[in-house]
Design a protein around this ligand. Structure first.
Ligand code: NAD
Ligand code: PRE
Length: 309
């Protein structure tokens, strides 16, 4: 691969920025990568592990001369970070973000955007429950979607260049309207996280009644919930506070469906439960057939799709 940006500045040095740093280094996509995080401890770890070519002690220093700046902080911090770096951005630079919510980030960033600097919001649909500067790894984005939500006046050349970087890190790119993005993600990511947090909360509450059995005999389904519910509290607090309407809409629908199933159980309506679960199983199989879950066991995928056979 060849260098796509001469200098990339990563603001916030956690899972996503760290994975970008590793992926860009592996593929030699940037001439130099600088990094800044607010906490001195995070910067110290980032230096110790050589996460970037240069870790700076201020955001201003990190973005000076950068042709790409990546905002990789919790969504509630994006506006303040943009205000801080704005006077130090190079003319013609591109600023992107990786936030899990798009509309509120755009509203927070745009008022601070200097003339001649491009802002292209983005969101990699890839992550783990781990956070911090040690959590990143180069293959995180491989074969995952990275949605770009350009604004109506976005410069096409700047967009194509960012698209190229994201693709070179292994991701598949697509473009989406920011408001639509927030609704889709409320269904596929935000509401599911809240449900996992709640289920683990319920089990924790029960543990106080039933001793350690909830932990000792935790079944695979519940363990999956606990993985999700171990995700970073600051990040997820901000996601819910900044994608409020869409999340509440989906949770309202979720509650209605839950009542339907609850009633079917109470009434002993086996056919209704069976029909419902048959439909949901088809959705899972569709995701796997579309190659969206690379870690899942295969349910009847074609032999060509099974590596090593
Ligand atoms: N974790 C995921 O699964 C995932 C996936 C896709 C997108 N995202 C989004 O990416 C962004 C970063 O998430 P992450 O998982 O890398 O988080 P993380 O917690 O691993 O890292 C966040 C980093 O930002 C730093 N930070 C926080 N506030 C700051 C500020 N005001 N100024 C400078 N640095 C600051 C923290 O010190 C930390 O280094 C978030 O907006 C999140 O919504 C996360
Ligand atoms: O795999 C996980 O741990 C994730 O939850 C990653 C996940 C998701 O919901 O898919 C979480 C938040 C992001 O904004 C994007 C990806």
């Amino acid at each position: 691969m060849s260098v796509i940006y001469q200098r990339v500045a990563l603001i916030g040095l956690g899972l996503i920025a760290g994975s970008m740093a590793h992926a860009m280094r592996e593929q030699a996509l940037a001439g130099e990568v600088t990094g800044f995080a607010r906490s001195p401890e995070t910067r110290a770890v980032a230096r110790e592990i050589g996460l970037c070519d240069r870790i700076c002690d201020s955001a201003a220093e990190a973005v000076a001369g950068a042709d790409l700046v990546v905002l990789a902080v919790p969504v509630g911090a994006m506006g303040d970070v943009m205000a801080e770096i704005a006077p130090h951005l190079a003319p013609g630079a591109t600023v992107t973000d990786v936030g899990s919510v798009k509309q509120s980030v755009i509203e927070a960033v745009l008022p601070h955007l200097p003339q001649g600097v491009h802002f292209i919001p983005g969101h990699p649909l890839a992550g783990t429950e781990h956070s911090g500067p040690r959590a990143g790894f180069a293959s995180l984005f491989r074969n995952r979607w990275w949605l770009l939500t350009p604004l109506p006046d976005t410069d096409e050349a700047a967009l194509a260049r960012l698209d190229r970087l994201v693709g070179a890190m292994g991701a598949k790119t697509d473009r989406m309207d920011p408001g639509h993005h927030d609704l889709v993600l409320a269904v596929t990511s935000h509401a599911p996280h809240l449900i996992a947090y709640t289920m683990v909360g319920v089990a924790d509450h029960l543990r106080r009644v039933s001793g350690e059995e909830v932990i000792q005999y935790s079944a695979a389904g519940f363990r999956d919930f606990t993985r999700i519910a171990a995700s970073d509290p600051t990040m997820w607090r901000d996601v819910f506070l900044h994608n409020k309407e869409a999340t509440l809409d989906i949770l309202g629908r979720f509650t209605e469906e839950l009542f339907v199933l609850q009633r079917a159980i109470r009434m002993g309506d086996g056919p209704q439960l069976h029909e419902y679960f048959t439909r949901t199983r088809a959705i899972r199989r569709g995701i796997i057939e579309a190659g969206q879950d690379t870690e899942a066991p295969d349910f009847g995928r074609s032999p060509e799709a099974r590596p090593g056979e």
